[in-house]
Ligand binder design. Structure first.
Ligand code: ZN
Ligand code: CU
Length: 485
């Protein structure tokens, strides 16, 4: 009697996520698991697809996202599954949707407004309440969750412009411990941003103490990614060493014209410290950054584009210098009129971006901002851009390496058992794409568009993207970190 499978993908070129050379084969899935990989004989199958030489890879893992709320408010997650992403790491840059024992005052402090500018979504009194909501209402993608230090500060301190006091640190520790027990894989910080900038290194270390009990991760948007980037790397590594936990440097970059070329120094520094302690990093494939609008940042960039504005929403998508010209005011005054607002800053060096992307330990993370009116194209285009533009066209690294940076490497860094790899017994997170055609469609001019060349995307064995559309299936799970890998 023939074996029974739910789905068989035949004649695939398998890029398994480990970085190993591609090979030809079939993949059989039963329920949510890959049960056969290689040759699949005659079988009774629910559905069979002939891939005709297209690539089957592990579903991509977006190492850096702000999808905490998107998973609940738009569970199809089209911006992500359209790129082949089946797992997102949320809660980055110090900003997580939970916990808020008391809902924050409205309007919420930037950068928390990246997740929700009305404030109504910050309604989870504990991290476990947020996790249960995701369990009850899953999205199309799996997720790995971080709890944000800035969120903990906003939930605890009456004044964000000073270091936390002992009793406030104790309260933040309790909230952090609860989050880690509820399934958070680590704590993120955003020491660059105002609500956390007053936190000295010692506060961060004390709030993050519970990380050690869980062997969880310390992920950081560093205090400085410009002139003082090396000091900030040192601070991050020191925090990791004192806690005895792995460090992840978020969206690694060097900002500002005067720092162009300094990725030589930062990567040498990271490489040297990696000999002594576990360090990971992620990067998005663009030389333009995006975050909240500030006059200082705009002054250091060669060009600034408004991505959203609460005060003047009609200006989303406009060039800041042009706008200031039309208003007949200096750029700083135009910024003041637009705030609160977000922006894209052309502030990096393309050679730095390529050097960081090509560095073997670098994972791919979009840092996409899903609630911006006119988002940075990294939200919809990060993964196809790495595969198409950087791997196929510029030959920065072979396809197998590109896939590894968005699958196996990321699963290993975050401790995700049975993810990021195609093998028998692994979870059936699978992305099928045409290696000759895969390319970004979203651009700075038209930032919302699904990628070219992504054919099928499945999460836990269920199809989530097919024929250029989200299927409406929401099979995602909250993933737990398996430490010590
Ligand atoms: Zn950040
Ligand atoms: Cu971020």
């Amino acid at each position: 009697m023939a074996e029974h499978f739910d789905l068989v993908l035949r004649n695939a070129v398998i890029v398994d996520g480990t970085g190993a050379p591609r090979f030809e084969g079939d993949i059989a899935v039963r329920a949510s698991v890959i049960v056969r990989l290689g040759r699949v004989g005659v079988a009774r199958v629910q559905r069979e697809i002939d891939l005709d030489g297209k690539v089957a890879a592990p579903g991509f893992i977006d190492a850096h996202t702000h999808d905490d709320r998107l998973m609940l408010s738009d569970p199809d997650m089209s911006a992500k599954v359209s790129q082949g992403v089946t797992t997102v790491v949320a809660g980055n840059c110090g900003v997580s949707l939970a916990p808020f024992p008391v809902m924050p005052a409205v309007p919420v402090t930037p950068p928390l407004d990246l997740l929700d500018d009305s404030g109504g979504w910050f309604r989870f009194p504990s991290f476990s309440a947020y996790v249960s909501e995701l369990d009850r209402h899953p999205a199309a993608t799996n997720c790995v969750l971080l709890v944000g230090h800035t969120t903990l500060r906003v939930a605890t301190l009456d004044d964000l412009e000073r270091p936390a006091r002992a009793e406030e640190i104790a309260r933040m520790q309790t909230l952090a411990r609860e989050a880690l027990a509820a399934g958070a894989a680590g704590i993120s910080t955003g020491l660059y941003y105002e609500p956390a900038a007053a936190a000295p290194t010692s506060e961060v270390i004390e709030v993050c103490r519970p990380l050690a009990e869980f062997d969880a991760l310390y992920c950081t948007h560093m205090r400085n990614e410009a002139d003082r980037v090396l000091e900030s790397l040192d601070e991050s590594f020191r925090i990791g060493r004192e806690l005895g936990v792995p460090v992840i440097i978020s969206h690694h970059k060097v900002n500002g014209v005067s720092n162009h070329g300094r990725s030589h120094e930062t990567l040498a520094c990271i490489e040297q410290h990696r000999q002594q302690q576990p360090i990971g990093l992620d990067c998005y494939p663009y030389y333009a950054a995006s975050t909240i609008l500030s006059a200082d940042r705009a002054a250091a960039a060669s060009r600034t584009v408004v991505t959203w504005s609460k005060a003047l929403p009609q200006h989303a998508g406009r060039d800041l210098a042009e706008l200031a010209g039309e208003m007949g005011v200096p750029q700083a005054e135009a910024v003041a009129r637009l705030l609160p607002a977000g922006a894209i800053y052309f502030s990096m060096d393309e050679a730095d971006v390529q050097r960081i992307l090509a560095y073997p330990p670098t994972m791919i993370g979009s840092d996409g901002l899903p609630h911006d009116a006119f988002p940075h194209p990294r939200l919809w285009a990060t993964f196809p851009r790495v595969l198409g533009h950087y791997s196929r066209e510029l030959k920065l690294f072979p396809l197998e390496q590109a896939v590894h940076k968005m699958t196996g490497l990321t699963a290993q860094t975050y401790g995700l058992e049975g993810r990021g790899i195609l093998r028998e017994g692994a979870w059936a997170d699978i992305t099928v794409f045409d290696p000759a055609r895969i390319a970004e469609a979203a651009t700075f001019e038209h930032p919302i568009a699904p990628a070219h060349g992504i054919e099928y995307v499945m999460t836990n064995g269920a199809m989530v993207w097919e024929q250029g559309r989200a299927t409406g299936a929401h099979p995602g799970r909250v993933l737990r970190r398996t430490p010590g890998r």
